[in-house]
Design a protein around this ligand. Structure first.
Ligand SMILES: C[S@@+](CC[C@H](N)C(=O)[O-])C[C@H]1O[C@@H](n2cnc3c(N)ncnc32)[C@H](O)[C@@H]1O
Length: 313
């Protein structure tokens, strides 16, 4: 089975690692994982680019070349069709490496074999030498279609950072053609991220103005997720249609709330359909009121008066 490598951003490594693992598992439950700091190795039938295109915090990814002969035998068409090549060293080890010299040697070898030119700017093929203190390997990536970011034409101070929305959809294990509901959709961040990944979405918000904003943001992208102007409890009417719930609960600070966040959370918790894939973000401390038996919790520091918790089930 092919092995892929993923170099992750160290900004929030636990979240980054778990997100890639959740995406890989959603496509292949037999996928196997190994990690060395911000290097994640995955053995799976799912190609690296399918995982990398969805993941939020992947900096570089590619396929591991297990044996040099495999590169030439199994991937000869990749090599033959590459007119431009770049060689790169990713040194995650504590050793100093003469990168210039190694890159020169690799460049000579591969350009000769492929009869290609060196191009650092968007090459057809990139060959990586990845070094850690424990292992070193060669890998490659080919050019993949850049994923375009959804536009957000109307913003709002209470909106959730798109990266966190995206990561929550992925941590919940939702994949293409699943249906996610955000019962506190605000400006529609969850809906935009979901639809950009091929996940259908339904947003609910009790504030008519917020629903209008979400509709405008969806329309700007040609998206057609459903928006319902109602109390969050309307989720019960659509519960048979949805596979998951991804939401950022009201904090009782800048956003409008039908009641105090405390009371609202208690009511919400009572009605959450437990058989769904769930990722909920709330103000740190509130998670104790949400008896969800999460499989994992993440704490995120925002500023000195706001830390948040993501619960995933
Ligand atoms: C923290 S904001 C969500 C922000 C959203 N994630 C975004 O990116 O724009 C909470 C939202 O919950 C909505 N809300 C508050 N009480 C509600 C209720 N009882 N039912 C549905 N929505 C409610 C507010 O109008 C607000 O838009």
């Amino acid at each position: 089975m092919p092995q892929s490598f993923f170099i992750l951003s160290k900004e929030n490594l636990e979240l980054a690692t778990d997100e890639v693992i959740a995406i890989a598992k959603s496509y292949d439950k037999y996928a196997k994982f190994d990690s060395y700091s911000n290097l994640l190795l995955i053995q799976s039938k799912t190609p690296w680019y399918k995982i990398a295109q969805r993941a939020t915090f992947v900096k570089t990814a590619g396929q591991i070349i297990e044996k040099m002969s495999n590169l030439f035998l199994q991937n000869s068409s990749v090599l033959k069709n590459s007119k431009t090549i770049a060689c790169k060293i990713i040194n995650l080890s504590s050793k100093k490496i003469n990168t210039t010299e190694i890159v020169r040697v690799m460049g000579n070898m591969f350009t000769k074999f492929c009869q290609a030119k060196v191009s650092l700017d968007d090459p057809d093929l990139t060959i990586y030498l990845v070094c850690t203190n424990f292992l070193s390997f060669l890998g490659f990536s080919t050019r993949v279609k850049k994923v375009s970011r959804p536009k957000k034409i109307v913003k709002c101070p209470v909106e959730l950072d798109w990266k966190l929305s995206r990561v929550m959809i992925n941590l919940a294990g939702l994949k293409e053609n699943d249906v996610v509901c955000d019962p506190f959709c605000g400006t529609g961040t969850t809906l935009l991220e979901a639809e950009s990944m091929g996940v259908h979405a339904i947003g609910i918000d009790f504030d008519k103005k917020m629903c209008e904003i979400t509709k405008k943001n969806l329309a700007a992208n040609g998206f057609n997720s459903q928006v319902i102007n109602a109390n969050f409890s309307s989720i019960l009417k659509i519960k048979d249609k949805i596979d998951g719930i991804v939401t950022d609960l009201p904090y009782g600070m800048a956003s409008k709330s039908s009641e105090s966040p405390d009371k609202l959370i208690q009511k919400f918790v009572r009605i959450i359909p437990r058989d769904k894939k769930i990722a909920i973000m709330c103000k740190k401390g509130f998670e104790n009121k949400i008896k969800l038996k999460p499989t994992k919790k993440y704490e995120l520091y925002r500023h000195k008066s706001l830390s948040r918790t993501i619960m995933v089930k």
